[in-house]
Write a new protein. Sequence first.
Length: 158
Amino acid sequence: MSRRLVLNVGLAGIYLVWADERSWLGVLVGIAIGFVVISVYDLSTGLPVYAVRLFRLVRFGAYFLAVLVRANLQIAWEIVTPGFRQTPRILRYPVAHLTAVQKTVFANCITLTPGTLVVDVTPDGGLLYVHCMYAEDRATAITELRKLDERLQREVFS
């Protein structure tokens, strides 16, 4: 997937140089041409379809953006309202089933989300310790982490 994405951007760059195009429309046209070329190549060789994987990646990006917006609104609401509604908790989340790259991406997704932070990883790499600012009960917080883990596995790493 990453090679095809780089190839797509490279083909877009070649189009921009060849067509002497210096606008956002030219960039979009170049990306579209690269997308079509790679998709036709994939169909002719029987490789996994680039369009499907790219769609899954964009779908995960939209899901993660919604999670980020919701978390930012929750933090903003905490700031502008009086009182203290936080229920902080540190959770252990098992990640032994993930590769090193998948653990890193998952931990970064958790840490990027406001209100959550990966505090530590066990020496064997089997558990993440996650600090959650709004974890009223352990089961709900673990369910949210599991949902993020499953979507990441299904839409990015499958």
